[in-house]
Ligand binder design. Structure first.
Ligand code: CTP
Ligand code: CA
Length: 223
């Protein structure tokens, strides 16, 4: 029921997916991170496998079970580690879906010894992480790129900016207030500015809807 006739298009397609959050270590016992569960990326990976794709899942830490039938599962912690792995597999990929909630910044310095408290306030200096998706947008030749946009306000406007800036084919605009839950409200926007809005579905259902849009773009490019 979830598969809308044209599932055959994804058969043997190489799909690279990032998922989960990243962890940016401060010292041996503290880190910077966010509350992304990884459920959307894992659901996409499972749906893509079930549609016959060869899926490489690069994941930050999650509490989720690894989907069955993946070609590769690569576990990473930091944004820099994730970037390195995406770079390694990007060239041999047909479709890249960046679902991970990558930390935009990391501590400038990792302290090998536990930071001890003092009587004064503490300032931790942060430096920019690479934007993995934007970097792939620069490198892209045959690859179809799908990004997500987690927004709390001006959702569509901000998502469209990211679609253009990162050279994407599809962006999934996400209401960040639903992060980490089973439900989600999203809008799938394509490069030609057409979009569909989807309310309150499970993440596995959303995954099929997103892959359906990917399939539509692939079929259009062929004609
Ligand atoms: N992304 C990425 N690498 C980063 C940051 C983001 O690959 N260092 C990807 C995410 O996986 C997502 C998209 O870029 O597909 C948008 O992420 P988001 O955090 O919504 O946007 P940013 O471009 O980071 O901008 P901001 O957080 O300031 O809204
Ligand atoms: Ca960000």
């Amino acid at each position: 029921s979830k598969i809308k006739n044209y599932d055959i298009v994804l058969k043997d397609k190489k799909i690279l997916i990032t998922s989960g959050r990243t962890k940016e270590n401060i010292d041996p016992i503290r880190y910077l991170s966010n509350n992304s569960s990884g459920k959307m990326g894992y659901s996409l990976a499972q749906a893509a496998v079930d549609l016959g794709a060869k899926v490489t899942l690069i994941s930050g830490p999650t509490n989720l079970e690894t989907p069955n039938g993946l070609k590769r599962f690569i576990s990473v912690e930091s944004a820099l580690e994730m970037y390195e792995k995406v770079n390694e597999y990007f060239e041999d990929t047909d479709i890249f879906i960046a679902c991970a909630a990558v930390a935009d910044y990391r501590p400038k310095e990792y302290k090998k010894e536990k930071i001890k408290k003092s009587d004064s306030d503490l300032i931790i200096e942060l430096v920019r992480n690479p934007d993995i998706l934007a970097e792939m947008g620069k490198k892209k030749d045959k690859q179809l790129l799908v990004g997500f946009a987690a927004e709390t306000n001006n959702i569509k406007e901000n998502a469209l900016k990211k679609l253009e800036k990162k050279n994407l084919d599809i962006i999934v605009a996400n209401n960040a207030s639903t992060m980490g839950t089973d439900k989600n409200i999203i809008e799938i926007i394509k490069k030609d500015k057409t979009s569909i809005e989807i309310n309150q579905k499970s993440k596995i259902e959303l995954a099929y809807d997103i892959l359906n849009e990917v399939i539509l773009v692939l079929k259009k490019d062929k004609n």
